[in-house]
Design a protein around this ligand. Structure first.
Ligand SMILES: C[S@@+](CC[C@H](N)C(=O)[O-])C[C@H]1O[C@@H](n2cnc3c(N)ncnc32)[C@H](O)[C@@H]1O
Length: 205
């Protein structure tokens, strides 16, 4: 990590991904989350205010240490404990079947080996547990998808490894999760290359 990744990018994330629109999307995506929860790619804790009261424990993983004071403030306002571990989601140090729910928002675009992370999610979910996701990714419109491929190197640099063109639903299926719900929509006001959204719920097969 460097100065940009540690100090500039997290503030940009707060600005771009903490908008009212994004808060509404988070609220909707997280509405069914309950019990003992794992969040992968926690970032600056933008999801924390949107977890429902049905959550009893949150374990969050992210290799980066970002805006510690902000995270501490957000965590202090919650009715459940937050355990934050600085590690990669591709190899999780948890026993099989530990979590009721797992959550990923705007993270499958960035994790270097997203399928490995999703396989770990599948492993650590209880039978009947749910994986809840809200992600941007590859467009179904081939013209937009071509632009996403061409422009992909730019966010990889300025957004610390983010990819515009990942087919989120395909990655989830490839990891052995079954898609029980998938909503596709575009975020208004965001160029389609970055605003093609995937929101849904998947369960271990
Ligand atoms: C665009 S940010 C999204 C943060 C947060 N999920 C949100 O919705 O605001 C992507 C996050 O993925 C994290 N990340 C990168 N590589 C990762 C990995 N291997 N495992 C878990 N998280 C990772 C980054 O550090 C960053 O915090």
């Amino acid at each position: 990590m460097g100065f940009y990744a540690d100090h500039v990018f997290p503030r940009l994330m707060e600005l771009c991904m903490g908008t009212r629109k994004s808060q509404e999307q988070r609220e909707q995506a997280l509405a069914s989350v309950q019990g003992i929860v794992l969040e992968i790619g926690f970032g600056t804790g933008l999801n924390l205010p949107h977890y429902p009261k049905t959550v009893t424990w949150l374990t969050a993983v992210d290799p980066a240490i970002l805006l510690q004071k902000t995270v501490a403030q957000r965590s202090a306002e919650l009715s459940f404990p937050v355990e934050l571990l600085h590690l990669n989601a591709e190899k999780l140090p948890f026993e099989d079947g530990r979590f009721d729910c797992a959550v990923s928002t705007f993270t499958l675009c960035t994790i270097p080996d997203a399928i490995a992370a999703l396989r770990e999610v599948r492993r650590v979910l209880k039978p009947g547990g749910t994986f809840v996701f809200l992600e941007h990714g590859r467009s179904d419109d081939e013209k937009v998808a071509k632009w996403q491929n061409w422009l992909n190197p730019i966010p990889r640099i300025i957004a610390c490894g983010c990819n515009l063109n990942r087919p989120i639903d395909a990655l989830i299926r490839q990891a052995g999760l079954r898609l029980d719900r998938l909503d596709r929509f575009q975020t208004p006001g965001i160029p389609r290359i970055a605003g093609e959204m995937y929101r849904g719920i998947a369960t271990p097969q």
